[in-house]
Design a protein around this ligand. Structure first.
Ligand code: PEP
Length: 257
């Protein structure tokens, strides 16, 4: 992972209101040094209702934290009650947007084709998708995890051009490791991340594949991040539960130190 700057992204899920968000981001910023920010890109992914407050804080205090959203609509505007568009997120200064998080797939029926439409919607508004893939426990036990993740990847990237794909972030998040305390071994993470990179080289070319950051997600904590980051094809982490404590999250951003 030589040329790729590592990315640690905190997925807050449905936690922290906009006032709590401000306190959290301030604490996080104070817990990290310029040297830390030189070494790793630090991102938070708050609920939609927090984004305006986070934008005001990050801009006002010139924080080196980037932020994004947890979801977006496949549509750009119109009669889609309750939805949030990519252009709204871009206007709020979002860098990233998750696409295909397992909780969206599981609780909101998002299939690979919807995820593909969300990836395309993100690119239409110059947002960087963090495309999440990952197998459930039964698939892992049947040794189908690599093929399953590559199939998710193929469909999600349908129609995405090489110049767009260059900026893409992929998160390998085995569903059995999300929120369970059961982290994949560093070797398990590397196995799938290296297979994803090989597939990206087939879909695009080696240069594009080498530019794309591939994260691991699933019960990452400061106590297990170092082993994960030591893997050559793992370029960072998508962190759920442990991102809700700014001091712990900062420690993860320092790879456990
Ligand atoms: C996630 O929500 O993407 C995630 C990895 O959650 P956790 O770290 O809590 O397992």
């Amino acid at each position: 992972s030589t040329a790729r700057k590592p990315l640690i992204a905190g997925n807050w899920k449905m936690n922290l209101n906009h006032l709590e968000a401000i306190a959290h981001v301030q604490k996080l910023a104070f817990s990290l040094t310029d040297k830390d920010f030189d070494r790793v890109e630090v991102s938070v992914l708050p609920p939609f209702t927090d984004l305006r407050s986070v934008q005001t804080l990050v801009d006002g205090d010139k924080l080196r934290i980037v932020y994004g959203a947890q979801d977006l609509s496949v549509h750009d505007s119109g009669a889609y009650t309750g939805e949030i568009s990519g252009s709204m997120l871009a206007k709020l200064g979002c860098t990233f947007v998750l696409a295909g998080h397992s909780e969206r797939r599981e609780y909101h029926g998002e299939d690979d084709h919807v995820v593909n439409a969300k990836v395309q919607a993100a690119y239409r508004h110059s947002l960087t998708p963090i495309l999440c893939v990952g197998e459930g426990l039964a698939i892992r036990q049947a040794d189908g995890h690599v093929a399953y993740c590559l199939s998710q990847l193929d469909i999600a990237l349908n129609g995405v051009k090489a110049d767009q794909a260059k900026s893409l972030v992929i998160a390998y998040e085995p569903v059995w490791a999300i929120g369970t305390g059961e982290v994949a071994t560093p070797d398990d993470a590397q196995e799938v991340c290296t297979a994803i990179r090989a597939r990206l080289a087939e879909l695009y070319d080696g240069e594009v594949a080498a530019a794309i950051r591939i994260l691991y997600g699933g019960s990452v904590k400061s106590a297990n991040i170092a082993g994960i980051m030591a893997q050559p094809d793992v370029d960072g982490a998508l962190v759920g539960g442990a991102s809700l404590d700014p001091v712990e999250f900062a420690k993860i951003c320092r790879f456990g130190e």
